[in-house]
Write a protein that binds this ligand. Structure first.
Ligand SMILES: [Zn+2]
Length: 778
């Protein structure tokens, strides 16, 4: 009695210990995090990219490189779930990861056949194999069983089914039923017939053996067996139709650089949750325009191949929305000898003259008018050997109106303007237009050469900045996203505030850069064929459409640019070579403009005359002085002025009448030296100027210069330039109240400078103070 009682207690105790151990093991397994099991939730999906009209551009694999399309459990068709359980694991709801009955049966079968004929894996074991790949064989099987048990402890049956259905390999690099449904049948899993579902259920068993493209009969027999086992009914005709209905997955690879760009943005800039769930994207690309633009680029680049020009990139923007309509990274994505896979729109290159419109726009916002006279004669900036800007055609024009200087892309007036406005101000201005590349190279911080594009920018930055002139002065970051569809919503309009990570949202908020007067004047100047002629000769481009044009060429013809701008569209083009080779010969320089003009031709541009805003008024002026004509002025033109200052425009002081009643031109003092060297100085003015006071031409008052740490100290400085007509007698100057130093004719002298504030004083031949300017070196 007693013994048996003790014995019974012992048994009870042992059972209790075993149960407790099982509970403890379960509990421990449950709470220990498992990277693979927990991480499976965070794979992204394959994404279908469409153009703005719904044309499929690419079906891109997920970040794991597989074709995947996550579907949550409650959206998986019930028929699919029951078919999978019927086909793979009939006792799925009753086991804890492994099925003893099935294992015993397959063991017996294996022994009988003396080889491994049956796998006997449950769905959980198959999922374990996906998460923890291992070698076949008995030890692998045991490992699989342990992992399957772990999954069963940690997760629900629903979870296991959901992950199995979404991740089981299907061959052809696709995984999961929802993606396989698109890959094999090009439709959603909800649209599959019973037979088609059955075909998909068979493939994962052995994707090579049950490949419906290659082994039609094997698949047929397996599916037939499965259907007979489930409800006994079978329609052979429908079954054959299901097998014959499979098709090769689309290999479309349109707009390759553009889709790569979107994929990258989706991954790096979007909210993690949106990135993970996105399955379809309607992009902003217009596929027809894109294809036409690709053809234009290909044929024109081929045309210029003797000029050693191998590549071009293009961006077309819709100005109002900022949407990218066409995007070409290289001449041919698949051409290896030109590194076609490189996306040229994102490469930093020297912009040449393409930054000038922003400099002139900044000047307009700071009191300049399109009639302001700018100097176009040789300026010495920052030292004799250091910087001597020259015009593209190596000619100087003396006094030029602001409008003509920009339209003809003259270099010297641009350098003068930058010097007046300050390099730092212009850099800040460019940064507000999102030209972030210009300051990325810390060793080569931009200096005065920035006026001529001695820095680096990307085509994307240029396109975005120019579109500001088509958007009434408002900057808007361009985008390729139009609508986004996630696994739990239909298509919704792309909205940076809800789709983009907080730290990037600011980039997408529009901001006003210019007022409408500035925008109109710059647009008007860049579309002014007449004013363009000084730099380029009369242009043949765009006669019938009012399109603003700006071109640029970096030194040595390494990079050639063209931007064409209508009110509605911005077309930006880069031409050059990814390997840095320079383009041979000037004809090659017209390639980007030719590409841009051909694209402009196919864009649906309305009559594009833009009218001046009401704050501006058109006034007749003297075309030499930019002032109101006085009756002697030889040639007149019309210019736009702000109504508030139009009353203050002086009467022309250039055109005068002499003693003998003959008309002559009287140049302002700073142009006298230039006029004389060109033989344009009249005898009257020679006399008039005989005793004129000295005038400092350079540096101008309030200028700021930047010390260049990369340059030797002896070259850091500037050339004082003074104009005076006193028969060549010497003048004097002093720097920061130090003693007077002699300044001989022609009154130019290089002075070495370091970082400091400076006061320069000029004295006439009798040592009387004539003029003072202040400037600083930072
Ligand atoms: Zn005049």
């Amino acid at each position: 009695m007693k013994i048996s009682k003790i014995f019974k207690n012992k048994i009870a105790f042992t059972i209790l210990i075993i149960l407790f151990s099982i509970f403890l093991i379960n509990f421990i397994v449950y709470i220990i995090p498992d990277e693979k099991i927990d991480g499976i939730e965070y794979y992204s999906n394959s994404v279908k990219y469409y153009d703005r009209n719904g044309v499929l551009l690419r079906y891109a694999p997920s970040e794991t490189g597989e074709w995947k399309l996550f579907l949550p459990y409650d959206k998986i068709p019930k028929k699919l779930i029951s078919s999978i359980i019927q086909a793979e694991d009939k006792r799925f709801y009753w086991h804890f990861g492994f099925d003893l009955i099935s294992i015993a049966r397959s063991l017996a079968q294996n022994i009988k056949e003396k080889k491994i004929v049956s796998g006997s894996s449950t769905l959980t074991m198959q999922l374990a194999r996906i998460l923890y790949p291992h070698k076949a064989g008995i030890p692998g099987k045991i490992y699989e069983i342990l992992r399957a048990t772990q999954i069963e402890i940690k997760k629900s049956k629903k979870w296991i089914l959901e992950k199995y259905i979404n991740n089981v390999p299907f061959g052809y690099n696709s995984a999961g039923f929802p993606a396989a449904s698109y890959c094999y049948y090009d439709k959603s899993i909800n649209e599959l017939s019973e037979e088609e579902i059955a075909v998909l259920c068979i493939i994962p068993r052995a994707p090579t053996k049950y490949n419906p493209f290659k082994n039609r009969e094997v698949v047929f027999n397996a599916v037939k067996r499965l259907l007979l086992n489930s409800d006994g009914k079978i329609d052979e005709r429908k079954l054959y139709a299901a097998i014959d209905g499979v098709k090769e997955r689309t290999t479309k690879f349109d707009s390759p650089h553009f889709i790569n760009l979107l994929q990258n943005e989706l991954k790096t800039k979007f909210n993690r949750d949106v990135y993970k769930k996105t399955v379809e994207i309607k992009t902003t690309i217009d596929n027809r325009l894109q294809k036409s633009a690709e053809n234009i680029v290909e044929s024109l680049v081929d045309k210029y191949k003797n000029n050693r020009l191998t590549n071009a990139s293009v961006i077309v923007l819709d100005n109002k929305s900022g949407e990218i309509l066409a995007y070409i990274g290289s001449k041919d994505f698949f051409q290896e000898d030109i590194s076609g896979q490189i996306d040229g729109t994102k490469i930093k290159n020297q912009p040449g003259s393409t930054l000038k419109p922003f400099l002139y726009a900044l000047a307009l916002e700071n009191g300049f008018t399109p009639a302001t006279i700018l100097p176009d004669f040789e300026l010495n900036l920052g030292g004799e050997e250091n910087y001597k800007p020259k015009n593209y055609n190596l000619r100087t024009n003396g006094p030029v109106r602001f409008r003509v200087a920009l339209a003809s892309s003259l270099n010297i007036p641009a350098v003068y303007l930058l010097n007046r406005l300050g390099v730092k101000n212009f850099i800040n201005h460019l940064l507000s237009l999102n030209f972030l590349s210009i300051i990325e190279n810390k060793e080569d911080y931009p200096g005065i050469g920035l006026a001529l594009g001695n820095s680096e920018v990307k085509l994307t930055e240029l396109a975005d900045a120019y579109s500001v002139f088509g958007r009434d002065g408002v900057f808007k970051k361009s985008t390729g996203f139009k609508e986004i569809k996630t696994i739990d919503s239909g298509f919704t309009k792309f909205d940076p505030e809800s789709h983009i990570q907080k730290k990037f949202v600011k980039e997408y908020r529009p901001k006003t850069i210019y007022d409408s007067k500035t925008v109109f004047i710059i647009f008007d100047i860049l579309s002014d064929n007449k004013s363009r002629s000084l730099g380029f000769g009369a242009s043949q481009f765009f006669i019938d459409k009012k399109v603003a044009v700006k071109t640029g060429t970096s030194s040595q013809f390494g990079n050639i640019w063209a931007i064409c701008l209508s009110k509605e569209f911005t077309v930006a083009v880069w031409g050059g070579n990814f390997n840095g080779n320079t383009v041979r010969g000037v004809p090659g320089a017209s390639l980007p403009l030719e590409i841009a003009s051909k694209i402009i031709d196919i864009l649906p541009i309305q009559k594009n005359e833009i009218s001046p805003p009401p704050e501006l008024t058109a006034i007749r002026i003297c075309s030499l002085s930019g002032m109101r004509p006085n009756g002697l002025c030889a040639s007149l033109t019309t210019e736009y002025f702000d109504k508030t200052i139009s009353g203050n425009i002086p009467i022309c002081t250039y055109h005068k009448v002499g003693k003998n009643n003959d008309a002559y031109v009287s140049f302002p003092v700073e142009f006298v030296h230039w006029a004389k060297s060109r033989g344009l100085l009249s005898a009257y003015q020679e006399n008039e100027m005989e005793n004129s006071a000295p005038k400092i031409l350079f540096p101008t008052d309030g200028s700021v210069f930047f010390y260049d740490p990369g340059e030797s100290a002896s070259k850091q400085g500037l050339t004082i330039t003074v104009s005076c007509k006193n028969g060549g007698k010497p003048l004097y100057y002093s720097l920061n109240n130090e003693g007077l130093i002699k300044l001989d004719y022609p009154y130019k002298k290089f002075i070495q400078l370091s970082k400091n504030e400076y006061r320069l004083r000029i004295y006439d031949n009798d040592k009387n103070l004539a003029e003072t300017v202040n400037f600083s070196v930072k």
